[in-house]
Design a protein around this ligand. Structure first.
Ligand code: GLN
Length: 495
């Protein structure tokens, strides 16, 4: 029996190019896996069977003609935050449950042009606000390693789908940790690129100064292939950066001799709500492995890291409150029944279609931006953001990359934190500063540790780089994945 789900994108791409498998065969195989297993996970909102098979057929023709790009015929899934021409794009919200996008996001178009086949759209926290996928209008996603646990969020569907190999890879977005935290919880590899490296056009906005799209896959080499197709300047996104895209697959094998790894002392400090002891031991074992490969560990300071969560929870809600004002029940999306007047139309449409977490963020953000409070909150948060960013600039004078846990603990159980937003917000304590600074970071699987219910769950380690150093991060991650096999492990039920 074919076992295509045990193959990486890198391997599948080679098999397609060599004609050992057709894209139609592969696409059918993964559609079957989704059909037979996704009722356990709920990782997809929409499955695009017909479109996917049509795209696969086209890809097979391109492959036959020769000179087809590397990803031609590889099936993947897109987070449902990316607009997809003619396909429902819900952003995990009742507000957009009836929205069929009339165009492709640039990420989707780039992937299409690279020959990628879209299997479907993955579940996510509503408007990407959340850390557990529990805020989705389409219901919670389950973690393939333990169906009682959350997959993380907001890209929880993308992470679960790849972890269970219902798709060889997927796309995600990361505003405060939404690629890295679910990647860590589900034992896969995820990369948040530098702010501006990947176009945000057609990616439904949450917090525009933080949002960034990136690949979620089995390995660093898979993420490199995907980023090659995703990245690049886009005149339709004024914040996308006009800078050449290197070949991210080219330098994966560079030796790590002499690599200076910074360890932020604040992240490893023992404090209330800090890192779980088993997670810490797992991270330390990974760091030992890096030392054995010739890297040097150097303690660094990120003195302002303690303010990153509060700064984020002013900046992100402020920006979301303005971004989400476009959903007014008039132009597209949900509209309430029989509005009495315009005001009633606005308030009921928004009140009925936005979930509780989204409403909480809009209220916090509107307050932070209101006259009289703007200076005290939003402006102050933007000033503090510079301090956080300067911490990293200073650190990169001494080190090449920074390593840290992705999350303080492994995947918690469904329902465990839903009544406690603050404790939910703290699950991004190690990821948020990276978004505030606009720098790139990955999460890679480095082992297992027990969660609060004593279940063994994947641990993710972050590798954080300076602006535009994605290639270096991918190299550092790839070398580790060549001498370890955490990234190839599959959850028992999905083997
Ligand atoms: N969990 C964070 C939040 O709820 C980050 C989400 C994200 O990166 N999209 O805002």
């Amino acid at each position: 029996m074919s076992m295509y789900h045990t193959k990486s994108v890198t391997e599948l791409s080679a098999m397609l190019q060599a004609g050992e498998v057709s894209s139609v065969e592969l696409t059918q195989y993964f559609l079957e896996r989704i059909k037979s297993s996704d009722d356990k996970l709920n990782s997809f909102i929409t499955v695009c069977e017909e479109d996917a098979l049509a795209q696969a057929k086209e890809s097979d023709e391109k492959l036959k003609a020769g000179n087809a790009p590397a990803l031609t015929g590889v099936p993947i899934a897109h987070k449902d935050i990316f607009c997809t021409d003619g396909v429902k794009t819900s952003c995990g919200s009742k507000m957009l449950d009836n929205f069929i996008s009339p165009y492709d996001a640039t990420v989707v178009a780039n992937m299409r042009n690279a020959g990628v086949v879209m299997l479907g759209k993955t579940n996510m926290d509503e408007f990407a606000m959340g850390s557990s996928n529990e805020t989705s209008f389409y219901g919670v996603v389950k973690n393939p390693w333990n169906l009682k646990a959350v997959p993380g969020g907001s890209s929880g569907g993308s992470a679960a789908a790849v972890s269970a190999r219902l798709a060889p890879a997927s796309t995600g977005t990361d505003t405060g940790g939404s690629i890295r935290q679910p990647a860590a919880f589900c034992g896969i590899t995820g990369l948040k690129p530098t702010y501006g490296r990947v176009s945000r056009f057609g990616m439904i906005a949450f917090a525009s100064s933080l949002d960034q799209a990136g690949p979620m896959g089995q390995s660093a080499s898979d993420c490199a292939l995907l980023l090659n197709a995703m990245a690049g300047f886009d005149e339709k996104d004024s914040t996308s950066i006009e800078k050449e895209v290197p070949d991210y697959s080219a330098d994966l094998d560079k030796p790590l001799q002499g690599l200076r790894i910074g360890l932020p002392k604040e992240y490893f400090a023992h404090s209330e709500g800090g890192m779980d002891a088993e997670v810490e031991a797992t991270i330390k074992a990974a760091l030992d492995q890096y030392q054995a490969m010739g890297a040097e560990l150097i303690e660094i300071e990120l003195p302002n890291s303690g303010i990153s969560v509060p700064v984020y929870y002013v900046v992100a809600p402020a920006e979301c409150s303005t971004n989400l004002s476009r959903f007014d029940g008039v132009r597209y999306g949900y509209r309430c029944e029989d509005p009495k007047d315009l005001n009633d139309l606005y308030t009921r449409s928004r009140g009925e279609a936005f979930g509780a977490e989204v409403q909480r963020r809009i209220m916090v953000g509107t307050y932070a931006l209101s006259s009289g409070y703007y200076d005290a909150y939003y402006l102050k948060a933007q000033q503090l953001r510079h301090l956080i960013s300067d911490d990293f600039t200073r650190a990169y004078e001494k080190v090449d990359v920074i390593m840290a846990p992705a999350t303080p603990e492994t995947a918690f159980n469904i329902g465990e934190k839903t009544d406690d937003p603050i404790s939910m917000y703290l699950s991004d304590i190690y990821t948020i500063a990276v978004n505030l600074a606009g720098i790139p970071a990955m999460s890679i699987p480095v082992g297992f540790a027990n969660n609060s219910s004593g279940e063994s769950m994947p641990v993710g380690m972050q590798i954080i780089g300076n602006h535009f150093e994605e290639a270096k991060l991918l190299n550092v991650a790839h070398k580790y994945q060549q001498v370890t096999d955490w990234h190839t492990r599959l959850p028992e039920e999905f083997k």
